[in-house]
Design a protein around this ligand. Structure first.
Ligand code: ARG
Length: 475
């Protein structure tokens, strides 16, 4: 059904209609469109622009349409240009010309901006919930492996031994910032464009604040031109989703490495791995790889929207129709990846003995020697030099640091007495790293507990916002 045409002598060319149609992807905005129509109807009734009798008829028809849409009984028609025109067709089928009343004081420009905000808020809350679940899985594993030692890497070379629980928990810390970002984003996004009309507001004494509060927004957007132009909330959401994707991608890469034959640390559960069609022995970390690979499209979606917005004059331009597919795709992508990844994390087991055996290799305890000398009053530059010489001596002799004899140690530096052997153990090295945020298992336990309480505060916020949102949708 066309929402315009009075000043035209012909309908759009077939190719034009095909290009401009958005119904194939924007139909999923239908529940939000219907809900915002209910809010708009109340405003029209309050302004006495729709009589109580007509208002009751329209409300009943909108509610019926909500039901029919959710049950799939009402659906788009090839003649529908977009979700707004499809739903007006539905309303007109029930009410005749009265179905067009809701267009008073409202344009598709403020309508689509409102629908998309509601959609984005609903779905971003869901992503926040899924991220929290992944954090829970990571921390559960982190608890389990707090006492397990493993080599820590920089430049993918053995650097210093770490608690493997510390290694796992770091990802939950990174994801916490993503949940914080969603919360900040929500605070900025939860404002209503409805009432801005095409761009200039309305002369029909409408009430943007009233419809904003009806829809659970914190308020109405203060400038009607900005209200219909602003897609910052889409770009920002896409950035957050790309950041989550990048975190997942880095995690995925670690899982792939850890599960490789060369590392042999991680055993991915059969339910979270896949096989090869030709090599019967294969068990592949496809979930981790997909998580790593999907980051590409998430970043692409952000880039698409930022490029579309750049240089775009304010108020509505049809370019803005290009905001939806990238947002839908990023949300859909992550809501597939997050639960699969969480399941993989929860069911992976790690080979403690193998990680522990590898922890001291590659001279990863060399820093301990330097720190030992510093504690004995030697300036760090000298201490570093002496520890380096120990590594060199070991490399030449093909031995590990703890295998240097007392006399070899003394020869390298007079302050290197046999007490240094105490720090040349992985457990000793781990236990000594008690600085805030450090890898000592006693510390890591405190970090995990602090993060858990942090996460449960955020989870409470997510739950109450989601409840408030679904209450509003059902009203
Ligand atoms: N389908 C359009 C979109 O997604 C709705 C708004 C159309 N507004 C207009 N003035 N043509 O952006």
């Amino acid at each position: 059904m066309a929402l315009w045409g009075g000043r035209f002598t012909s309908g759009p060319d077939e190719a034009v209609f095909a290009l401009s149609r958005s119904i194939d992807f924007d139909w999923r905005l239908a529940p939000y469109d219907l809900r915002s129509s209910l809010a708009h109807l109340s405003v029209l009734e309050n302004a006495k622009l729709v009589s109580t009798k007509d208002g009751a008829l329209i409300r009943a028809a909108l509610k019926q349409l909500q039901q029919e849409v959710s049950e799939g009984q009402f659906f788009p028609d090839p003649s529908d240009e977009d979700v707004h025109s499809a739903l007006e067709r539905g309303l007109t089928l029930k009410l005749g010309s009265l179905g067009g009343s809701l267009r008073a004081g409202r344009s598709r420009n403020d309508q689509v901006a409102t629908d998309l905000r509601l959609f984005a808020i609903d779905h971003m809350l869901h992503i926040a919930e899924q991220v929290t679940a992944l954090q829970g899985a990571l921390l559960e594993k982190a608890h389990e492996y707090v006492d397990a030692s493993a080599p820590g890497f920089t430049h993918l070379q053995h650097a210093q031994p770490v608690s493997f629980g510390h290694e796992l928990a770091k990802h939950a810390h990174a994801l916490n910032r993503d949940v914080d970002r969603i919360r900040d984003w929500h605070g900025r996004t939860n404002f209503s464009p409805l009432g801005a009309g095409a761009l200039a507001g309305s002369s029909l004494l409408l009430d943007p604040e009233g419809s904003a509060s009806n829809l659970g927004f914190s308020g109405a957007i203060a400038n009607s031109i900005d209200a219909v132009s602003d897609r910052d909330f889409v770009a920002e959401a896409l950035f957050i989703l790309a950041m989550i994707g990048s975190h997942l991608s880095r995690m995925g890469e670690e899982w792939c490495l850890w599960a490789s034959t060369e590392f042999g640390w991680a055993k991915i559960d059969d339910a979270f791995a896949t096989g090869s069609s030709i090599m019967p022995q294969k068990k592949n970390p496809d979930i981790a790889e997909l998580a790593r690979g999907k980051a590409g499209r998430l970043i692409g979606n952000l880039t698409a929207v930022l490029s579309m917005l750049k240089g775009l004059p304010f108020a509505y331009n049809r370019d803005l129709q290009e905001d939806k597919e990238p947002l839908f795709d990023s949300l859909d992508t992550l809501s597939l990846v997050l639960p699969a990844f969480a399941g993989m994390v929860l069911t992976t087991t790690f080979d403690r003995a193998k990680m522990a055996a590898s922890a001291p290799t590659g001279f990863s305890l060399a820093t301990e020697i330097a720190d030992y000398l510093v504690r004995a009053g030697i300036p760090f530059a000298q201490a570093h030099e002496a520890a380096g010489k120990c590594v060199h001596a070991c490399e030449s002799a093909g031995i590990e640091l703890h295998e240097l004899s007392d006399s070899e140690l003394k020869e390298i530096h007079p302050a290197l007495d046999s007490n240094v052997r105490e720090v040349l153990s992985v457990d000793g090295a781990l236990a000594s790293r008690t600085t805030f945020g450090g890898t000592a298992p006693s510390n890591v336990r405190i970090q995990i507990a602090a993060l858990e309480s942090n996460i449960s505060n955020r989870a409470a916020w997510i739950a109450s916002e989601s409840q408030r949102f679904s209450g509003m949708m059902g009203a």
